[in-house]
Design a protein. Structure first.
Length: 61
């Protein structure tokens, strides 16, 4: 019998999703403009915000 996989549902606010998308677009634009350091910084910021949100969501559980 196959094992059922438990899905993890995260509540992500619309504001958080828009911010993530905006940072992602800015990073892509920066990299395509030859600004690799700025693109890398924006990607690091995006990851840090996602980790912070994930940590906050887990702490509230």
């Amino acid at each position: 019998m196959p094992k059922e996989k438990q899905m993890v549902q995260l509540k992500v606010s619309e504001e958080q999703m828009r911010l993530d998308q905006m940072i992602q677009r800015l990073a892509k634009t920066a990299r395509s403009s030859g600004l690799n350091a700025a693109g890398g910084l924006l990607e690091a910021l995006r990851e840090a915000l996602a980790a912070q949100h994930s940590h906050s969501a887990n702490a509230g559980s």
